[in-house]
Write a protein that binds this ligand. Structure first.
Ligand code: ZN
Length: 185
């Protein structure tokens, strides 16, 4: 089973009318949470995330809350790699994270090659939010996401090498160009 097959079988791709966090509208959406209801497909994706083909070995892993961290927790269980836990900053912006404890922070900063997991990447903003907590000038920081669906903003790549299992764009449009909101007469 390829990753694309696993994603299709787990019905991760949803059709409808969706408004993304950045304000864009779309008729197709990736709902990675569905993967957790399909054990065989989930196992395929987790195995690929754990193997991380083409990436150097990681000594500590992290995950962008909340979807990425859920995957990172499963990868930690699968591989035995230590996991530095993160959480959203209460009342903060969507990409404001912090370590759950001082021990998590110590673990992450002691790593030479931390690896950040994420489920779906649009601009890479969430992963960049995790990089902010690290010290990329002395750490080799890499990220591995299941799917890149958008155009990464170059600024979010600072201090980071980003990797993906699947890179396939999913069209999204500004609200005034959305054909659901503005059907052609
Ligand atoms: Zn719309």
């Amino acid at each position: 089973m390829t990753i694309e097959q696993a994603i299709n079988r787990a019905q991760v791709l949803e059709t409808g009318h969706f408004i993304f966090a950045d304000g864009d509208h779309a008729t197709l959406k990736l709902e990675m949470d569905h993967l957790w209801e399909h054990p065989a497909e989930l196992a395929t994706v987790l195995a690929a995330l754990a193997r991380a083909d083409g990436l150097p070995p990681a000594d500590v892993i992290l995950g962008a809350p909340t979807g990425g961290q859920r995957l990172a927790e499963a990868v930690a269980e699968l591989t035995g790699l230590p996991l530095a836990r993160l959480e959203r900053v209460p009342g903060g912006a969507k990409q404001d994270f912090r370590f759950v404890s001082a021990a998590d922070r110590q673990l992450a900063l002691a790593a030479r090659s931390p690896r950040i997991y994420e489920d779906v990447v649009t601009t890479l903003s969430s992963v960049a939010g995790v990089v902010k907590l690290l010290e990329p000038r002395r750490q080799a920081v890499r990220s591995l996401a299941v799917w890149r669906r958008g155009q990464v903003k170059p600024a979010y790549r600072a201090g980071l090498a980003d990797h993906y299992l699947v890179e396939q764009p999913i069209l999204s449009l500004p609200p005034d160009e959305c054909q659901v909101c503005h059907p052609r007469a």
